[in-house]
Design a protein around this ligand. Sequence first.
Ligand code: DGY
Length: 323
Amino acid sequence: MNKPRVIVTQRTTHEGLLAELSRLDEHCDVRRASGAALTHDELKNWLQDAEGWITGGEKIDAQLLESAQKLRVICQPSVGYDNIDVAACTSRHIRIGNTPGVLTEATADLGYGLLLAAARKITEGWDYVRGGDFGRGEAFPFGVDLYDKILGIVGMGQIGVAIARRARASGMRIIYHNRKESAQAGELQARYVDMNELLTESDFVLLLTPLTPDTRKLIGAEQFTLMKKTAFLINMARGLVVDTDALVHALQTGKIAFAALDVTDPEPLPADHPLLKMDHVLISPHIGSATNETRTRMERLTVDNLLAGIFGRPMPQCVNPDA
Ligand code: DGY
């Protein structure tokens, strides 16, 4: 019997991930991209006979799917799937696999790490030491305490809860906004508030919400006006949850104090972007889940999803099981 054709456009050179991907070889006829990203035309060509696809985060819409008449399952090693038109997939009976759960703690570490690094000026401290200024210690600008400060979390899912636990250990007070109240709110002594109250009250505003039509540019000029002038914004969600031009303006005009971002819009930022020239900004390159252990678990789950989906079994994590 012919093996089903699977394409892998995720490009990686990490050994652990390649080892997970190699599990496909026994069961599937795998075509794997390496080197430069495929052009749109190459991708359409690869999709012609593909029944399964492990993506590299490409935009997947109805038009692209026209080239993928045999496709039955799309998987990607990420919890977010805002690059995929889910309705277009479901109507074509294409199931989508993602990787929630396995990246919670690593992403929470990075989110809390960015918050802490921003509050305590850790990267400025390193620049200071490297610049030979250690001896002038009294000139180093002070940071701010976390203890007794208010952390406002927008999007209180698993990662929000995991960051809230870390924040509680530092003595922070937690408020949050979410579609529904969190079952863990009691344990975290976290208070549910509306969005305006969250923006007005928070010393640190942490974004974790998925990108949807409702959350696109959720934080813009109006929201920056509500925030404290001393507030820190931390974005661990998607770049498009924030209106980047409004963020630049808010930082330039002192409407907020600091932005720490693991995600940006556009991503990556062009080399001449104003955010890259500001002192009160800290940006990491979308590495929330980027640890050996976590990325390996994500890849394992992606391959498990793919194999289950392509052989008609229930997928361990499926966005649209009714497809
Ligand atoms: C996720 O899992 O969604 C991460 O942001 C990587 O895209």
